[in-house]
Write a protein that binds this ligand. Structure first.
Ligand code: 5GP
Ligand code: ZN
Length: 115
């Protein structure tokens, strides 16, 4: 499958791995918008949050467990943001489910909707 994040998980494209377990992979965003900007993804391809269902949703819990571990390891155990963009209007650019873990800066609250 021609998927950038599947290729990073497979080691076919370089990525800066910060965490891996049986089901979850995490690596640094190539274009960070915060001092800590890690992408946490299921190893098994899911195209986005709209494709989460009762057969594959267990990995989402694993991803949030991984997020808490990574935030601790990065030095921000109790102050971080997790975001997932789904679909065109939300600005999803890579169609492999991913959660942005952001930390290390005081964040405002705006979805940049222009409203
Ligand atoms: P989205 O816009 O789909 O929510 O997020 C995709 C993210 O993937 C962006 O923050 C972008 O910087 C990141 N990204 C795109 N291509 C690569 C890449 O080749 N390597 C890494 N590590 N991140 C990437
Ligand atoms: Zn994929």
């Amino acid at each position: 499958m021609d998927c950038l994040f599947c290729k990073i998980i497979a080691g076919e494209i370089p990525g800066t791995k910060v965490y891996e377990d049986e089901d979850v992979y995490a690596f640094r965003d190539i274009n960070p918008i915060a001092p800590v900007h890690v992408l946490i993804v299921p190893k098994k391809h899911i195209s986005g949050a709209s494709e989460i269902n009762s057969d594959n949703s267990a990995v989402v819990a694993k991803i949030f467990e991984a997020a808490a571990k990574i935030a601790r390891a990065e030095g921000y155990p109790d102050s971080f943001r997790i975001v997932t963009n789904c679909g065109e209007d939300a600005g999803q650019t890579v169609h492999h489910l991913h959660f942005h873990l952001l930390a290390g800066v005081k964040m405002g609250w705006s979805a940049n909707t222009g409203i």
